[in-house]
Each structure stands twice: as structure tokens, then as C-alpha cells.
Design a protein around this ligand. Sequence first.
Ligand SMILES: Cc1cc2nc3c(=O)[nH]c(=O)nc-3n(C[C@H](O)[C@H](O)[C@H](O)COP(=O)(O)OP(=O)(O)OC[C@H]3O[C@@H](n4cnc5c(N)ncnc54)[C@H](O)[C@@H]3O)c2cc1C
Length: 358
Amino acid sequence: MAEQLIVGAGLAGLVAAITLARKGYDVRVLDKYKTVGAQPERWPMVDVTPMIPRAMSSYLDIPVGEPQVKPCKQLNGYFWGNPFHVPIERSNLCVVERGPRKTGLDGYLLEVALAEGVKVEFEEGVFGQGAIAKLPADTIIATGLYADVFDALEIPYVMGWCYGAKGRGDREAEAAIYFGDYTNDYAYWSNINGIESVLFFTRNPIKDSDLETFTRELESTEGVRVDEWLYGYGPTPTAKFSNPRLFASDKILAGTISGMMEPFALFGVHGALVSGKIAAMAVEDRAAGLREFRQQLTTWKRMLLNRKVYNKMPVAMRRMAVVTLNNILGSTGDVGARMLAGAFHAVPGYMRQKKGQT
Ligand SMILES: Cc1cc2nc3c(=O)[nH]c(=O)nc-3n(C[C@H](O)[C@H](O)[C@H](O)COP(=O)(O)OP(=O)(O)OC[C@H]3O[C@@H](n4cnc5c(N)ncnc54)[C@H](O)[C@@H]3O)c2cc1C
């Protein structure tokens, strides 16, 4: 049986592992932490992403759905203080539990991988350029949002900052999104399976007073109280139009490090799952893998350009753009909902899974 090594037991690494184990490979996955889910300090946490679970399940040939992934029932928007019902009805927005619990997507994929005979070795990190270079050719590198591996592979990135908080919540599959002067990015709150997360993104370090302003807004709008923020940062593969790449010398990349992250709002879950399958494909046929990789990223450069323009806008113009767009979405009923659904086509792999299978 041919051996296959994968570094990173995250979404992309585990999908690649399951796919290759089913093809008869003897798959070994190495991860630096004690268990799956990355970022142990944040477990369990909640992500939000556009996804059609049925299409994803059929593309991966792995059932993806409840309880790990649930359709988002309601999305409240707060744009510079203006409350807004975001028309997500046609958008396939989903809420996803992350982390090692069985109800978490990472924990679930680990269970499937183990059942397929994949060997997963924890606390076995691979660090530094030399160690990565020594790995066998075609090793899949699926290490997610960790700058040391980007540096080792000389992949450019933009650092993103994030404040997170987690707690228990009794609302289910709801979310709220916030834009305001307190960040040049956005923040969101969401919940699933009895847990809730708040994430406050920013592309620059921010002042304590900005975080305090947002904390007050969150409590007054959704009744969510945060007593302690957890600070973090990580690389996003959005530095250059040439960021997306399936290969780094003789290694195969999967997940965020391959650029499979939507560059405007940084949705990474969908692309990571899709790219796990593509990396597995590339092990057997590099050219076929590359064709599929490119097909799943057709809107990536346009979205990065949008983001670069947005970053350069003065705050007043940004505010006008977001509020105007949302007024249009909100006042045009069904058309607004369709427009929003259309915007999600920029997420790597979203709505392109059928084509990818042919
Ligand atoms: C705070 C935060 C909030 C987010 N929110 C959302 C969201 O709401 N929606 C969304 O779509 N995306 C979100 N993302 C992005 C999304 O989580 C990632 O894009 C996605 O998890 C990437 O999957 P992956 O398989 O590439 O990496 P991961 O799932 O992160 O897995 C990488 C794995 O590699 C391991 N690893 C790392 N370095 C090494 C090493 N040197 N040696 C061995 N193992 C290593 C890690 O331990 C981890 O298990 C968020 C990211 C963060 C950080």
C-alpha cells in the first residue's frame, strides 16, 4: 500500500486523509496539538459560512450536515448602529461548530478518518523550512492559519487580528454581524449546539476603547455579555493576487495555506473542505488537481481587488458603501436576497461543486 503523509489534522487535512484512505493509501496525519480543531484556546467555537451541505456531501463523498452544520435561521445586521434584518433566506448561510466535540466538524471528520483506517498522530508538529523540505514529495501540507508554515514555505500573507469570546447560549443557529468605526473589518456573534462565539476581526491592532464600544453595542443589541476577550492573530493568504497555489516545490498544499479562503470576509471553512479533496486528487494526478483547483477559485482575484479597494476607502465612504448596499438589499425584498446569495459565489468552491465532479 502506498504511504501518504499529511501535515495538519484540520478540515482540509482530514478530508484529504479520508479520500486517500478510501483509495487504498496508508495515510498518516501529523498534528502539533493534542487533538483536532486548531486553536485549542477557542474550543468549542462557532463559524459561519455559505454552504449547501447536500452539495458538499456529494462532492466530498462524506456526509456533511447536522449537528455539525446547520442552516442559519436568522442574521441580524448592525451597520454603524442601524439594525437590519439581513435577507439570508436564499443564501445558504450555515452555522458550523468547530472543535473536537463529536458535534464539531473537526471532531466528526476525525471520527470518519479513524474509521477509514487513517493514523493520526498528535503532538507531532513539523516546524521549520528544513523539516518541511525533508518530508517526502507529495506530502500534503494543510496547516491552516499559522504564520510559521507560511514563512517556511515563503508564501506571502497579511496578518489579521482577532478578539474572540465564547460562552453558552440557548439560542440556536442564529447570528449577528456588526460593522462600525471600531474596526476596519467586521465582527460577528453566532451560536449552535448550546455554545456561542463572538469574533471581532480587524486588519490593524486596535485601541481598547474601540473594543469596549463594540462590547457595549453587542450587549445592547443581542443581549450578549462578554467579560473576557481572547486576543489572537493569524496570517491570511490575501497578500498578493498570486497567493492561491496548489503546490510549493514538491509538496501539495490544502486549506487556507493554499489560498482557499474567500479574500473579502475571510470565509475559510468551505474552501478548506473542498481543497482537501483537490489535494487528494493531486496526489494521483497533479494536472487534474490543478485544473480543479483553478476552477474552484474563479472569483478569487476579483474579490481580493474589492477588498483592496475597500481597505483604501476613507471610513466615511466605507460606511456609506455598506449602509447603501444594505439598504438596497433590504428594500428590494426577494431581489435583495438573491443579490446576497450571488455575493457568496466568491467563496472558494461554493456553487461550483457539481462542475468539479465531472
Ligand atoms: C478566530 C477565527 C475565526 C474564523 N471564523 C470563520 C468563519 O466564521 N467562517 C469561515 O468560513 N472561516 C472562518 N475562519 C477561517 C477557518 O477557520 C479556516 O480557514 C479553516 O479552519 C481552515 O481550515 P484548514 O484545514 O486550512 O486549517 P485548520 O482547520 O486550522 O487546521 C490546521 C491544522 O494544522 C495543524 N498545524 C498547524 N501547524 C502545524 C505544524 N507546524 N505541524 C503540524 N500540525 C500543524 C493545526 O493544529 C490544525 O489542526 C476563522 C478562523 C479563525 C482563526
